[in-house]
Design a protein around this ligand. Structure first.
Ligand code: AMP
Length: 375
């Protein structure tokens, strides 16, 4: 029986995927450069190597039946090569190749008639100045590659801030984006199995600070017409992308109720963590089902409201969890600690999900729990 899964990346997403894969009886091998990475702590075996290491990716393919990734830093070229040799890589390496370059991703979306914020390809002060005239300040200077959790976006409020922004993103390939003064940020997790089945999760609202996700409200407090619009947009997006798996589609809801795609993640996503406690099938189980050709599970929420708050690091140094006991005294509060030995300011160290009869109640409870925990 084909029951071995290889995951490129061993962070918290890999860990939560592994836990679900193990529950379904799979064997899991992780490829990650950090020894005892969060996912390796719960997997069967870890290959300790860089995400881009050709030899290690090929070894991963030899050891397993299904290959997936939890990080866009995975080597798309090698994944493409091994899939040509017969490895089952999902989502497809072609999809990863488009998505990991945020400029290529935007161009691809425009080509497929999917609405996005206005953007320009820029690489120096002069063409930033020129493009800013068209887009109008404020603008966001963005790195094309390896830009997750806010590492790669710089806001430029006026001409005087251009040099500073260029300094912050020195040596990186860039593009420029018009600032969307959105009403809300929304996200939709959507899955497609290797058999072609599609399952859409409820629309959620995400709240970011400094380009990092802090809070997720499920379901999003928006009317049903907007929920429908967001879900239909997510379906349109997945139909133009190849491969099986769960995809996270981040969106902006503009003041005139238009829904734009901000960014696609070809993988499970922070905005879907709430599904562990709040949906019939979590995004992690769904991804495992999707890439192994199992039937997809139902995505309905099993509670009225869920709020997820990230536990972000607040200092640099050895992590030390405190306050778990007090937080867990709160009813219907779940705490997830990722098992990272080093904490850093704004590093994702864990998350809390609270469920309740209303978003307000769930939010208050999640907030109390968050304040009780330090790491
Ligand atoms: P990104 O990593 O580009 O998805 O950005 C992370 C967060 O930065 C988003 O969730 C928004 O809160 C903010 N952001 C990114 N692009 C824009 C934009 N064009 N206009 C306004 N806010 C943005």
């Amino acid at each position: 029986m084909k029951n071995k899964i290889g995951i490129v990346g061993g962070g918290q997403l890999g860990k939560m995927l592994t836990l679900e894969a193990k529950r379904l009886g799979f064997t899991v091998v992780i490829l990650d450069p950090t020894r005892k990475s969060p996912a390796a702590q719960v997997s069967d075996y870890q290959l300790v190597a860089d995400f881009k290491n050709e030899k290690a990716i090929k070894r991963l393919a030899e050891l397993t039946d299904y290959i997936t990734f939890e990080i866009e830093l995975a080597n798309a070229d090698i994944l493409n090569e091994i899939s040509k040799l017969g490895a089952k890589v999902n989502p497809s390496a072609k999809t990863l190749n488009i998505i990991k370059d945020r400029l290529k991703q935007k161009e691809f979306l425009v080509k497929n008639n999917i609405p996005v914020a206005p953007f320009r390809n820029v690489n120096n002060r002069e063409n930033i100045l020129e493009s800013a005239k068209k887009l109008g300040y404020p603008i966001l200077l963005k790195a094309r590659l390896d830009a997750y959790d806010g590492r790669g976006n710089v806001l430029i409020k006026d001409e005087k801030e251009i040099d500073d922004a260029l300094e912050k993103l020195v040596d990186r390939e860039l593009f420029l984006e018009g600032f969307v003064s959105f009403k809300k940020e929304l996200a939709v997790m959507i899955a497609r199995s290797s058999k072609g089945e599609i399952a859409v999760y409820p629309v959620v609202e995400t709240v970011h600070k400094n380009s990092i996700c802090h809070t997720v409200f499920a379901p999003a407090p928006v009317d049903t017409a907007i929920q429908k619009k967001a879900k239909n947009l997510a379906i349109k997006v997945i139909k133009v992308l190849k491969g099986a798996g769960v995809f996270g589609i981040e969106m902006f809801l503009t003041k005139d109720n238009k829904v734009l795609v901000n960014e696609i993640a070809p993988r499970v996503h922070n905005s879907g963590h709430y599904s562990i406690e709040a949906c019939l099938t979590s995004q992690f189980e769904q991804h495992i089902r999707a890439i192994t050709g199992l039937p997809l599970g139902r995505t309905d929420m099993v509670v009225s409201a869920a709020v997820m708050i990230n536990i972000l690091g607040e200092r640099h140094g050895q992590s030390e969890l405190k306050g778990l006991e007090k937080a867990l005294k709160l009813p219907n509060v779940s705490v997830h600690i990722y098992g990272k030995t080093e904490t850093r300011i704004e590093r994702k160290m864990g998350h809390i999900t609270a469920i309740d009869s209303s978003l307000k109640k769930a939010y208050n409870k999640a907030l109390i729990a968050r304040k009780l925990i330090s790491i």
